[in-house]
Write a new protein. Structure first.
Length: 444
């Protein structure tokens, strides 16, 4: 079952990957040099709110349901209660900061208004809602549904943004208007996605939440487990996003747009790794230690080989692909993208390493590794960006990703009972195993 889910999920991500590039190309062309960086900052802000106020409960849902520590009704009660309470708190805080005239700290210049404030909250609310529902499908290993919805969303995205691009070709619009068009399109797509997920949840899951005074201790254990995940995710978020704010501090909007595009493209590659990690987490969480390590070792080797080849292709074609797809004005994106692509190779395999720690309830080691990486990010960004502009930001990120990778790898081979240090290239036995798994999958 794991093999089939893994193969199907990876194969699904190939068209999702391609369609994601298509929608990204046209949304970037709509935004242009001036608005691309601002929109990336806007996205980074709502993702930061999503991280802060979700408390890492998505991973907790998968862990507690797949490990059968709690009933699904209890997990649903806890998670939906946290969702409603945290959303209410955030909405209150957003309006408080606006009326105290301090919302400019997170809303970009010229976008500090009530409509943008509400848009920011809606992006958070719908994303949190979708993540919660997806977690229940993930915990039940219903990856066929997750994969299907992923493709549907990608097709809709890849259709809407080209239509919007050609519609706007004949119009003379300002930078803010370009931003508004892409923001509204993003909100519509996210709302449509939420409607689809809610319908499927009611049809396929339909868990009635249970939350009463008898499960207070369970809430404490759930939150305690999720808190470690939350801290790790919080630190890791800044490893991936902090450079945008630092670039924005030192440079103007055009370099920010160039760098944010490079970061967005490599994030698409990283998403493939996140997909693999999400598939194997329930299986690893529900396995004994020996079986967990056997599964992890094989997947780690194949994953590294796959991402190595993907990064080689991305690196070698960047000089042609980026100007062709995004326009000549984004030529300065090429070198930072190539630097970041090397770093994303290490980050992708780190994602796989991290799942082993999470499934073994050793997430503290992920937190340590990510914390060291964050220190590297801050120090080298501050030192390198003034000297080398966006290339310096890319080098700082590469150093950070590599540091996290090395530390996490050391923890994997020293803090578990794994019997091999080879987690990077498949053996002949692994290849035979993959061949049998693929042929069995296609025959069935």
């Amino acid at each position: 079952m794991l093999g089939r889910n893994l193969i199907n999920s990876v194969l699904t991500q190939i068209p999702v990957f391609i369609l994601g590039i298509v929608s990204g190309v046209f949304s970037t062309r709509i935004l242009g040099e001036e608005a691309k960086g601002v929109f990336s900052l806007f996205q980074a802000n709502y993702l930061l709110f999503l991280l802060i106020f979700s408390f890492g409960i998505q991973t907790g849902i998968v862990y507690f349901i797949s490990s059968k520590k709690y009933t699904e009704q209890v997990v649903a009660g806890i998670s939906w209660a946290i969702f409603l309470v945290s959303s209410s708190i955030l909405l209150g805080l957003l309006f408080t900061t606006y009326y105290l005239d301090i919302s400019s700290f997170y809303l970009p210049e010229n976008y500090n208004t009530i409509p943008y404030l509400i848009s920011l909250f809606v992006l958070f609310f719908l994303s949190f809602f979708n993540n919660l529902i997806t977690s229940f499908f993930q915990a039940r290993s219903k990856f066929n549904i997750i994969n299907r919805i992923s493709i549907i969303n990608s097709v809709i995205n890849a259709a809407l943004f080209p239509i919007l691009y050609f519609y706007l070709q004949e119009k003379q619009i300002t930078v803010i208007e370009k931003f508004n068009y892409v923001l509204v399109a993003t909100l519509i797509l996210l709302l449509l996605n939420s409607i689809i997920w809610f319908y499927l949840y009611m049809r396929q899951i339909a868990i009635i939440p249970k939350l009463n005074t008898t499960i207070v201790n369970k809430i404490k254990e759930f939150v305690a487990y999720s808190l470690l995940i939350y801290i790790g995710m919080f630190v890791n978020f800044f490893n991936y996003r902090l450079d945008l704010w630092i670039v924005n501090h030192y440079l103007d909007e055009k370099p920010l747009s160039h760098y944010s595009l490079a970061a967005n493209i490599v994030q698409i590659i990283l998403y493939l790794s996140v997909t693999i990690a999400s598939v194997i987490l329930p299986k690893l969480s529900n396995s004994d230690d020996d079986k967990r390590l056997v599964i992890f070792t094989k997947i780690s080797r194949f994953s590294f080989s796959f991402f190595f080849l993907l990064v080689v292709v991305a690196f070698s074609t960047a000089y042609f692909i980026i100007p062709f797809m995004y326009g000549e004005e984004f030529t300065p994106t090429i070198i930072p993208f190539q630097i970041l692509s090397i770093g994303i190779l290490f980050s992708c395999i780190t994602q796989i390493f991290s799942v082993l720690m999470v499934s073994s309830n050793r997430n503290i080691f992920n937190i340590i590794a990510c914390s060291v990486g964050l220190v590297f990010t801050i120090v080298f960004d501050i030192y390198l960006i003034p000297k080398f502009n966006i290339n310096g930001a890319a080098i700082a990120t590469l150093i950070s990703y590599f540091a996290i990778f090395v530390i996490t790898y050391i923890f994997v081979i020293t803090k578990t009972s794994i019997k091999t240090k080879n987690l990077f290239y498949p053996t002949k036995r692994d290849i035979r195993f993959l061949y049998s798994m693929v042929t069995k999958n296609f025959k069935s």
